[in-house]
Design a protein around this ligand. Structure first.
Ligand code: 25A
Ligand code: L14
Length: 338
């Protein structure tokens, strides 16, 4: 359990990554009560520094002794590092907020989106899981509609940016784009196929049922966060040549009828959501507009005319912020409020 203090010792594991970097920015932006910030990464980053509150801070190598005295440990260095080091951090007294998929479906680990299930935070036993980026932005928008009309079924297709995979994938998109525009051959190292000027219906690994792990995360994590196993969900997750910001086409079927205007009114009042929906002026959410923002943007709200009670929505958010770093720090803010 976290002891109440004026200021906390915070560690970021994976500090040099795309998400870790955003965590450092957000701790600073939101003026999180940090007594001391400990930055952790692999040997590759040893000797480098990153700036926090205009002070250069050394990066240390993540190891089992990194967490002595740490109050809150934010992890974003991949699932294998979390599996190895999060239990060690928790044992040494830190509360871990883990952005990897390592512990999300563990029954005794809360999986939290503060707009949806903040009450789950209290049940933690040292580790709290931060959900998958595509799941977070979807549930922020769907929970208020579920409360109003009970969602029976969700059909979602995602359009996910390369930053979700990390810095190397963003570099690969840039390098391939430059190569193609210069009539050179493309190199594929992170993804199995060319991502520049292309779409890949493949995120994370394929499972025995023919779905990808990313698709099944959306199914299972949504039910856990919404605390409703009766919702039927099917997902197709697609990588698109966008650097930052995930987009989602979401179809829902509800028990009670909701008109698009009712849905707009509910979402306009919902925490963390901005309705951006005026087709007559070409206004709809775009990843380039959502980049650097905190909210989940919802537009293209319209009736699904093929069923009795159905709606279509287009949901966009910054995957590195609400989809990862911001959500983790919002959990930390709830934790310290007690
Ligand atoms: O291990 P996994 O499960 O396969 O996952 C690792 C991947 O997960 C990404 C992460 O992106 C990486 O690609 N990732 C992290 N959180 C994610 C999330 N929520 C996520 N993907 C989706 N959703 P990343 O490259 O942006 O961040 C990696 C961070 O983790 C640190 N790290 C890696 N191995 C570590 C480690 N820290 C401690 N011990 C280890 N063994 C990593 O630190 C970074 O902070 P770093 O010092 O290794 O990174 C410094 C620079 O090196 C580049 N880089 C990363 N991996 C490699 C690499 N360069 C060469 N070869 C590599 N294999 C990084 O781009 C960074 O700039
Ligand atoms: O958090 O876009 O489980 O490649 C791992 C794969 C996030 C997205 C997670 C990607 C995902 C990531």
């Amino acid at each position: 359990m976290l002891k109440k203090k004026d200021k906390y010792i915070v560690a970021v594991a994976g500090a040099t990554g795309a998400v870790g970097n955003e965590m450092i920015n957000i701790l600073e932006e939101r003026n999180f009560p940090v007594e001391k910030l400990i930055l952790l990464a692999s040997e590759r980053s040893e000797g480098k520094t990153l700036s926090f509150r205009r002070k250069e801070t050394n990066i240390n190598v993540l190891d089992k002794d990194s967490f002595n005295g740490v109050d809150i440990a934010l992890f974003s260095a991949g699932a294998s590092r979390s599996l190895e080091f999060a239990p060690i951090a928790a044992k040494s007294g830190a509360v871990v907020i883990d952005n990897s998929s390592a512990f999300r479906m563990a029954p005794d680990v809360p999986l939290v989106v503060p707009e949806v299930n903040p009450h789950a935070i209290k049940r933690h036993k040292g580790i709290i899981a931060n959900p998958n980026c595509s799941t977070i932005q979807m549930v922020v928008a769907l929970k208020p509609l579920h409360d109003a009309a009970r969602i029976k079924r969700i059909i979602v297709t995602t359009f996910q940016s390369t930053s979700g995979t990390g810095k190397k994938a963003m570099d690969e998109l840039l390098e391939q784009t430059k190569a193609i525009l210069n009539f050179q051959d493309v190199k594929c190292e992170v993804y199995p196929h060319q991502i520049a000027f292309n779409c890949l219906p493949h995120i994370d690994v394929f499972l025995d049922n023919g779905y990808t792990k990313e698709e099944m995360k959306m199914v299972n994590e949504t039910r856990k966060i919404m605390e409703d196993d009766s919702i039927k969900i099917t997902a197709t997750t697609v990588r698109v040549p966008v650097f930052r910001g995930h987009s989602e086409s979401v179809n829902i079927e509800t028990e009670k009828k909701l008109t698009p205007n009712e849905a707009r009114a509910i979402l306009s009042a919902a925490p963390g959501v901005i309705v951006y929906d005026d087709p007559s002026r070409n206004i709809y959410p775009l990843p380039v507009d959502a980049t650097g923002k905190d909210e989940v943007y919802v537009g293209r709200i319209r009736q699904d005319e093929s069923v009795r009670n159905g709606l279509n929505l287009w949901i966009v958010s910054d995957n590195l912020r609400k989809g990862a770093a911001l959500n983790a720090i919002q959990i930390a803010e709830y934790l310290i409020r007690g």
